[in-house]
Design a protein around this ligand. Structure first.
Ligand code: ADP
Ligand code: MG
Length: 243
């Protein structure tokens, strides 16, 4: 079975920037695993997901399930970083969840009752059914993230790429989101999650990809989080390598 996501020699150089944001990244996602993408601010974590999704220009090769992106889009769901979303857009929680069904409905086709019911069932999964009619701008940060997770789940994908779904959420939302990530893994899905909290990364992720403009390390959490790797990624002096 080809990997859900394999990347070779991936580089991104944004216009007008002196240095590339990412250089020569090789990576292979293990099927049915929960993978944390970690690294300091500006390391290129969001860039990595966006480049893989073809949202920004890059060089190198990206394959999904052994194929090019275009033939595999219906197997992939991408959840952008919170800060990149316009939360003032006048749209209800139910409408946002229904957007995840567009692949099945067809863009701009009428959303029928059955689609609304389906969208509502995804809101239920994230504990947001009671807020279906609420404008997204009127929800808390954690609730907004849950609604976006509902949209992502509605895509019923095999591979999920999520950019900081746990950032800035309250504890109740955090628990709901983590439980869903674990449930997806148990269903055999592969999930890449940009995660900022190194303290909690070992408690539910299996694997990690540590970036800082280049790949610092990839593999089981314990291996990746060695003092040496963290020092290289976060540019801190190594005191003792305990791993
Ligand atoms: P992370 O998600 O790890 O915090 P990003 O992938 O967002 O990092 O950014 C990596 C680097 O690329 C940063 O230095 C950032 O300023 C730069 N960058 C990100 N997006 C753009 C853009 N659209 N144009 C120019 N530079 C960008
Ligand atoms: Mg980011």
């Amino acid at each position: 079975m080809p990997s859900p996501l394999s990347v070779s020699n991936l580089s991104v150089h944004y216009r007008l920037q002196d240095e590339p944001a990412l250089s020569g990244i090789d990576f292979e996602a293990k099927q049915s695993s929960l993978i944390a993408v970690i690294g300091p601010n500006g390391a290129g974590k969001s860039t990595f997901l966006k480049a893989a999704m073809g949202l920004i220009p890059c060089t190198g090769e990206v394959k999904f399930f052994g194929e090019k992106l275009d033939s595999q889009r219906n197997k992939i769901a991408y959840m952008p970083q919170r800060s990149s979303v316009d939360w003032d857009f006048p749209i209800s929680a139910l409408d946002v969840a229904a957007m995840g069904l567009y692949g099945q409905i067809g863009f701009m086709r009428r959303v029928k009752k059955e689609h609304k019911d389906k969208a509502l069932s995804y809101l239920e999964q994230v504990g947001m059914a009671d807020y279906a009619g609420r404008q997204i701008g009127q929800l808390s940060g954690g609730q907004q993230q849950r609604v976006f997770l509902a949209r992502t789940l509605a895509q019923n994908a095999e591979l999920y790429l999520m950019d900081e779904p746990l950032s800035g959420v309250d504890m109740a939302s955090e628990k709901i989101i983590i439980d869903i990530l674990i449930a997806l893994k148990k269903q055999g899905k592969t999930i890449l999650v940009v995660h900022h909290d190194l303290q909690s990364v070992g408690s539910f992720f299996d694997e990690a990809l540590l970036l800082n403009r280049t790949k610092i390390s990839e593999g089981p959490i314990k291996t990746v989080l060695s003092a040496g790797n963290l020092a290289r990624a976060y540019k801190m002096p190594v005191i003792a390598d305990v791993a």
